[in-house]
Write a new protein. Structure first.
Length: 367
């Protein structure tokens, strides 16, 4: 099986989908969002079965199967208004553990934001190896409202937008998180985070960031990025007794997103009528951490991909590309709604078991 991370030494991604964090300010209305999540954690003995003698002369033996503990959870909510979703998968063998987390907070609990996040952390101690994977997805609708408080603008809107007019929005999306490692992670160690954002107006953004052992640099974990992200989005590493941490922060402007706006009654207190248009946004995030077999390492190591921090999707401006409207001073209010549930892939666990995640990825290469 191939490695998880695309790396300069021709590694390719082999990863089940897992994990997200989104926060978007609500200005006029509580949100509803369709969500799905998956978490998986596993700790296993990569040495395999062990044979022990039953007496001093080893006249009889006993084969002890290797320890192999896993934990997995998945689900979907069309509108999680009753309680926050907090899915944790944990696996422990001895002092070695793996953890995957997906969290979803509805505005009924957190009235200022929609929040979804993922993280994955895995440890290795000798032959005992951990791996973790988390995925979260969200689909939500946005209603943009611009109050018609100006008489000239109201007259123009009444003339030109009675049956709808094409206006455009600029949005901004911020993705933040951190990678970390501790001890001697080893030559197969890697932690990964990716995010895909799509809009019904045509936007499609995909970013991938990771830390992976670089064999050309003494197997030190070095950062990398693909898609709309780059290595410049990483902050310089910070080291302490708790290990080494690399913070990550990326801003992306999503320009020229068209929608048909019409004149509707405002839902907020800012005016009787508004120019109003809708957008649908889908975001999926994945976090994973693991080591491969790493059978030759006898020391402790840990890797983490933690993006259970706030990412923001916000509106920047509303404008008319045709020039008929001067919307330079237009006020923008956002409301969020649930357009449709997010389906959970039915073959996820079958796919996960077939991949074997990190544990088998180098076995065929060594054969």
């Amino acid at each position: 099986m191939q490695n998880l991370i695309q790396h300069p030494n021709n590694r390719s991604i082999r990863l089940c989908r897992g994990a997200l964090l989104l926060a978007a300010a609500l200005l006029t209305h509580q949100a509803a969002a369709a969500t799905s999540f998956e978490t998986y954690a596993r700790v296993y003995d990569s040495f395999g079965p062990r044979t022990v003698c039953n007496d001093f002369f080893c006249s009889s033996t006993t084969v002890i199967p290797p320890a192999d503990i896993d934990d997995q959870h998945s689900g979907s909510e069309p509108n999680p208004v009753l309680a926050p979703i907090n899915s944790n998968a944990d696996a422990v063998v001895g002092f070695t553990q793996a953890n995957a987390t997906a969290v979803i907070y509805d505005p009924a609990i957190s009235p200022a934001a929609i929040k979804i996040g993922v993280s994955a952390s895995a440890q290795r101690s000798g032959y005992v190896v951990g791996e973790a994977h988390a995925r979260a997805g969200i689909t939500f609708g946005i209603t943009i409202e611009s109050p018609l408080n100006d008489p000239i603008l109201t007259a123009l809107a009444t003339q030109l937008c009675t049956t709808g007019c094409a206006l455009a929005m600029d949005f901004q999306h911020q993705s933040t998180g951190r990678f970390g490692f501790l001890g001697v992670p080893g030559h197969d160690a890697e932690a990964h985070f990716s995010e895909t954002l799509s809009m019904d107006s045509g936007a499609l953004l995909t970013g991938e960031a990771y830390i992976a052992a670089d064999p050309l640099n003494g197997n030190n974990l070095t950062p990398g990025a693909n898609g709309v992200w780059s290595v410049a989005d990483f902050y310089p590493p910070q080291s302490s007794l708790g290990g080494t941490e690399l913070a990550f922060n990326h801003f992306e402007t999503i320009s020229n997103q068209f929608s048909i706006f019409g004149i509707r009654e405002c839902r907020g207190p800012d005016g009787d009528f508004c120019l109003s248009g809708n957008y649908t946004v889908t975001i999926e995030q994945i976090a994973a951490a693991g080591f491969g077999s790493n059978a030759q390492y006898t020391t402790f190591g840990e890797v983490t991909s933690d993006f259970a921090h706030t990412s923001e999707f916000s509106a920047i401006r509303l404008y008319d590309p045709s020039g008929d409207f001067d919307l330079s001073n237009a006020q923008i209010n956002l409301r969020f709604f649930d357009p449709a549930p997010v389906p959970l892939p039915g073959a996820f666990w079958l796919f996960a078991s077939a991949l074997g995640f990190f544990s088998l990825k180098n076995r065929s290469a060594r054969a």
